[in-house]
Ligand binder design. Structure first.
Ligand code: SF4
Ligand code: SF4
Ligand SMILES: [Zn+2]
Length: 148
């Protein structure tokens, strides 16, 4: 878990399928997932929020909780989707950073997403480990679902 992978919206890019796919070079093993090196590394935010938020576009906030309208309707919509489908909440992550600091969130994330088999990272988008469960990933018809 790495501080530079915490996006302004509260997403931890370390548990995103696109980040894990790239980190584990899954295309070399025949898995079809998009690659991403993380929000801050790419110096642009995920399209979902970026398109809608001038503050993020202009880099005016380091994290969304610094914004006067936090949590705005767009972030709440994204958060609701992640709460119901992906076992996580950007807003909760941001509140932890705001109240307890980045280190605390990273420690929680490390524990929450640790693969019990290999110590790698479980993906929030499907509940699988991109390091040791590549066969299971191959069998998936829905790449972004936990329950198949
Ligand atoms: S796709 Fe978005 S959430 Fe995933 S690693 Fe890239 S910037 Fe982060
Ligand atoms: S909380 Fe503020 S900075 Fe974050 S997406 Fe909403 S308007 Fe933009
Ligand atoms: Zn594993």
């Amino acid at each position: 878990m790495d501080e530079s992978l915490l996006a302004p919206c509260g997403m931890n890019c370390a548990v995103c399928s696109a980040y894990l796919a790239k980190a584990n070079a899954v295309k070399d093993k025949g898995l079809r997932y998009p690659y991403c090196s993380g929000c801050r590394a790419r110096n642009k935010q995920c399209a979902f929020l970026k398109k809608r938020c001038p503050r993020l576009l202009q880099g005016k906030v380091q994290f969304c909780f610094e914004c006067p309208t936090f949590p705005c309707a767009t972030l709440q919509k994204l958060d609701a989707r992640y709460r119901s489908r992906y076992h996580m909440s950007m807003v909760e992550n941001l509140r932890t950073i705001q109240m307890q600091g980045v280190k605390r969130l990273l420690a929680q994330e490390k524990k929450k997403w640790r693969c019990p088999h290999c110590g790698g990272t479980i993906c929030c988008h499907n509940g699988l480990c991109f390091s040791c469960q590549q066969d299971a990933l191959k069998k998936r018809t829905q790449r972004y679902r936990w329950d198949e």
